[in-house]
Design a protein around this ligand. Structure first.
Ligand SMILES: [Fe+2]
Length: 222
């Protein structure tokens, strides 16, 4: 993947069939179920993930397998081509260390956005989305900024360290009403609700890095 380097191993595998994973977070980047295990098969739902260790993916449409292989000087990613978000967003706080990797456009997917958001079980109105993946990095105790606007559907997977995805009533940390712990291998449920064609609303939300963290952003662009 575009953000793989000597510190972070990251591969995308499609049409997966009996694939052995030595050690890594496996993310189901597809609208269909991923099957893992051998004698005791298990199901990983679309856009969810797990941490396999000498484990097997029996079948999947498309997976990302990501692992931090060199934690020493991992934060040096900011000198290895990752960009400070403040360089891209003028209103971003000038003192917040949130860095973004290269983004990988990995293809398209056809799905009903209301199925993605778990508002609907059966697909009624599928549409095509472009899939874009990138990593984020922040040191521990970083407030990654409360926001509520995205021109895409998003979810995140924890790759390294510990953090939280949090929801707020207003753009004010004291108005928190939900705190979702993110540990390695976990993907949170989508936060948005579909409100029209290519329209969705997000609650005020932020990622909070409790320790030095790497997390994956999965974006579906109409
Ligand atoms: Fe967000």
């Amino acid at each position: 993947m575009a953000f793989a380097d000597s510190f972070i191993s990251a591969v995308l595998v499609e049409n997966v069939d009996d694939y052995e994973v030595e050690d890594g977070v496996v993310v189901n980047i597809s609208p269909t179920k991923m099957f893992t295990g051998d004698e005791h098969p298990a199901i990983v739902l679309p856009w969810k993930s797990t941490w396999l260790k000498k484990g097997k993916i029996k079948s999947a449409e498309r997976v990302a397998i990501i692992k931090v292989v060199q934690p020493t000087n991992l934060g040096g990613c900011v000198f290895r081509g990752w960009d400070w978000l403040g360089n891209r967003v003028r209103s971003f706080p000038r003192d917040t260390p949130l860095y973004i990797s290269a983004q990988d456009e990995i293809g398209t997917v056809s799905l009903d956005p209301r199925v993605f958001t778990n508002e609907r079980i059966a697909s009624e109105a599928p549409q095509t989305f472009a899939l874009k993946l990138n990593l984020w990095w922040s040191p521990g105790n970083t407030d990654c900024f409360i926001h509520n606007e995205h021109p895409f559907l998003e979810t995140h997977t924890q790759i390294h360290g510990l953090g939280r995805m949090q929801k707020f009533r207003q753009r004010d940390p004291s108005t928190i009403y939900e705190d979702v712990p993110m540990s390695i291998g976990y993907s949170h449920d989508p936060f948005c609700r579909v409100t029209g064609e290519n329209l969705w609303t997000y609650p005020w939300h932020r990622y909070y890095a409790d320790t030095d963290s790497i997390w994956l952003a999965i974006e579906l662009h109409p």
